[in-house]
Design a protein around this ligand. Structure first.
Ligand code: PHE
Length: 329
């Protein structure tokens, strides 16, 4: 019996050496390892042996079968991964292909930074509709009926009563109408203007509105908040100036310019925001007692701020969606 086992072992080893296809491997499996295969037969024979011989033969048979099963499996697996008939074989241990993912749009990066700065100063973030009524966009903000900004030149009207908002300030009015002071909010969003498209202006851009209404809010606080914001955003050595200005909904009003000196070019002041103390008329119109409360408001232009920070000189690049530009940031 032991000789017989040796013989089958030698025979199988020989066959494994010459194995060259998955089909052949299957043949071998049937021939040796199946229920009617050679090893099964050997075990049948083993059962008939006299008791004294069983331990020795049994041990040997088990050992040989174990070794050869392992060897067969190894050969089988390496055959599978190299075989043409296994074209669809997937090796799950291989590292995955790297997916190219996009970058956060530069305007969104700026917006996130602005939000973080104001959140750290205690402001909450709100939003409002882009399709706005004439009432909120103009009337609630103290625009006289014949104000030039209402002109068809600047505003995209959808119908006589509705328009694409020309600034984020209407959300100030919305907030005042539904919230009791203190209100301390920033409102980011898209705004639309019917202007000729050029390096400096586009029909669409982004603003971040700010509104703070409470008892005893002062212009000094507005000044301090905006200076601290500018320093955090542009760095401590930023050069800024507050320039008197006019908005129907703030009094007094101001604009803030930042000094810009592109390499090799002459420096100049660039406006980044409008601001002022909320006009008492606006507080009253929107249901807030102007005897008790005062407030300040500001509106930042996100494109402008970004252009200044990164030295970009054409606003249109933000909307071209040219990956060569976007991937730089
Ligand atoms: N809404 C003004 C604009 O778009 C900016 C502004 C906001 C000015 C708030 C004062 C206060 O130009």
């Amino acid at each position: 019996m032991l000789n017989k086992i040796e013989k089958i072992k030698a025979e199988l080893l020989d066959e494994l050496k010459n194995i060259d296809s998955v089909e052949k491997a299957e043949e071998i499996r049937l021939k040796y390892f199946s229920r009617k295969g050679k090893f099964a037969n050997l075990f049948e024979e083993f059962k008939q042996l006299p008791k004294e011989e069983k331990p020795k033969v049994g041990q040997f048979l088990n050992q040989v079968r174990g070794e050869l099963t392992n060897l067969f499996e190894e050969t089988h697996v390496s055959l599978k991964s190299s075989s043409k008939s296994m074209e669809n074989y997937i090796d799950l241990t291989l590292p995955a292909k790297r997916q190219k993912i996009g970058t956060v749009h530069l305007l969104n990066q700026t917006l996130r930074e602005i939000k973080d700065i104001f959140k750290s100063l205690g402001f909450s973030v709100y939003e409002g509709p882009e399709l706005e009524s004439d009432h909120f966009n103009f009337e609630s903000l103290n625009f006289p009926p014949d104000h030039p900004a209402r002109d068809m030149q600047d505003t995209f009207f959808v119908n006589p009563n509705f328009l694409l908002r020309t600034h984020t300030s209407p959300v100030q009015a919305r907030l005042m109408q539904k919230t009791e002071p203190p209100i301390r909010a920033i409102i980011p969003g898209k705004v639309y203007r019917n202007e000729a498209i050029s390096a400096k202006s586009y029909c669409l851009f982004h603003q971040v509105e700010g509104l703070y209404v409470d008892t005893d809010v002062t212009f000094a606080e507005l000044f301090g908040t905006l200076v601290s914001f500018a320093k955090t955003f542009y760095g401590d050595d930023v050069k800024y100036r507050f320039r008197p200005s006019f908005f129907p909904f703030t009094e007094p009003s101001s604009e803030v310019d930042i000094w810009w000196e592109p390499k090799g070019k002459e420096g100049r002041w660039l406006e980044i925001l409008g601001c002022g103390m909320v006009d008492p008329n606006v507080l009253e119109f929107n249901g807030i007692d102007s005897e008790k409360y005062t407030g300040y408001a500001f509106g930042l232009g996100i494109e402008r701020m970004t252009m200044l920070k990164y030295g970009i000189d054409d606003i249109r690049v933000f909307f071209d969606n040219d990956k060569r530009f976007l991937e730089q940031f």
